[in-house]
Design a protein around this ligand. Structure first.
Ligand code: DHB
Ligand code: FE
Length: 283
C-alpha cells in the first residue's frame, strides 16, 4: 500500500520564484530567507518521494470568477506552468499521477467530501514556488506531483476544521492505494500577509509562531480557529494557512499513530509582503 512518509509546509511568495529565476538569491535581502531552506534541500535529496500531494491555492490563474471550486484535484498526466503576466516561470512542467489522483478522488468523494476533478490546468506560483524552494533549479522535478487546489481567494472559503477533516480523508485514500508508493503531503501558502487595503503589509510574528507551535502539537485545537481570527491576526491573505491543516490532517498521529518528528522549522520576515514559515514533519 502507499504510505505517507512526511508533510512539508512552506509559504509560496511569487518574489521568491522571481529571485531564483533571476539569480538574486545571494543578494543581502534574500540570503537569510534562502538559507532557511539549505537543510530542506539536503533533506529532500535523501527523502525524494514517489509522489507529492501538493495542497496549494490558485490565484485567479487557472480559475476565475466564472468557476470557483472549493477543492479541486488535478487528475491529468501533466500540468503546464502558468503565465501569470510575465511569461511562464522557467521551471519544469509538472508530471501528475493520474492513477493515484483518480483513486484519491474516488475515495475522498465517497468519504463525503466534494472535489472538483480537473483534467486540464496550468499551475501558478502557489504550486511552483514551493517546488523550487525544496528542489532548487532542476531540469525536471524529481517526482510526480498531484496538484490539489483550495479556494482561499474568493469568499466563502472552507473552514480550517473542514480542511483538517479533509486531510484525514486524504490519508485514508492514499493508504488504501494498492501500490508501494512513498507519498508526501505538502501544505503551502501563508504565513501572515495582507496585500491590499489599509492594513496592507500586516505581519504578526507572535501569531505565526503560535500557529507553528500548535500545528505541531495541537492540530485538532488549531483547526477550530474561525476565519475571522486568521483575517484579523494574520491578514486577509493569512487565510491561506487553512491549507496547512489539510497536510497536517494527513499525518499518522491524527489517525491514532505516533507524533510526527519535527525535522526542520524556519521562520523569516520579510519576503516581499509576507512572513515565510516552513516546517518538515516526518511520520
Ligand atoms: C505575495 C504573497 C502571496 O501569497 C501571493 O500569492 C502574492 C504575493 C507577496 O508577499 O508579495
Ligand atoms: Fe498567495
Amino acid at each position: 500500500m502507499a504510505r505517507i512518509t512526511a508533510s512539508i509546509y512552506t509559504s509560496h511568495v511569487p518574489a521568491i520564484g522571481a529571485a531564483m529565476d533571476l539569480g538574486k538569491t545571494h543578494e543581502p535581502y534574500w540570503q537569510r530567507m534562502f538559507s532557511g531552506y539549505d537543510f530542506s534541500r539536503q533533506w529532500m535529496k535523501q527523502h525524494v518521494p514517489d509522489v507529492i500531494f501538493l495542497v496549494y491555492n490558485d490565484h485567479a490563474t487557472a480559475f476565475s470568477l466564472e468557476i470557483i471550486p472549493t477543492f479541486a484535484i488535478g487528475t491529468a498526466g501533466e500540468f503546464p506552468v502558468a503565465d501569470e503576466g510575465w511569461g511562464p516561470r522557467p521551471v519544469p512542467k509538472v508530471i501528475g499521477h493520474p492513477e493515484l489522483a483518480s483513486h484519491i478522488a474516488q475515495s475522498v468523494i465517497q468519504d463525503d467530501f466534494d472535489l472538483t476533478i480537473v483534467n486540464k490546468m496550468a499551475v501558478d506560483h502557489g504550486l511552483t514556488v514551493p517546488l523550487s524552494l525544496l528542489f532548487g533549479q532542476v531540469d525536471a522535478w524529481p517526482c510526480r506531483v498531484i496538484p490539489f487546489a483550495v479556494n482561499v481567494v474568493q469568499y466563502p472559503v472552507p473552514s480550517g476544521r473542514r480542511c483538517f477533516m479533509l486531510g484525514q480523508a486524504i490519508r485514508r485514500a492514499i493508504e488504501s492505494f494498492d501500490a508501494p508508493l512513498n507519498v508526501q503531503v505538502w501544505g503551502t501558502g501563508g504565513m501572515s500577509h495582507q496585500l491590499q487595503g489599509p492594513r496592507a503589509g500586516l505581519i504578526n510574528k507572535e501569531w505565526d509562531n503560535r500557529f507553528l507551535d500548535r500545528l505541531i502539537a495541537d492540530p485538532g485545537g488549531l483547526a477550530g480557529i474561525p476565519h475571522i481570527e486568521y483575517v484579523r491576526e494574520a491578514g486577509s491573505e493569512g487565510i491561506e494557512l487553512v491549507m496547512w491543516l489539510i497536510a497536517r490532517g494527513a499525518m499518522a498521529d491524527v489517525a491514532g499513530g505516533a507524533s510526527p518528528k519535527v525535522a526542520h522549522r524556519f521562520y523569516h520576515v520579510p519576503a516581499s509582503n509576507t512572513a515565510v514559515g516552513h516546517l518538515i514533519l516526518e511520520n
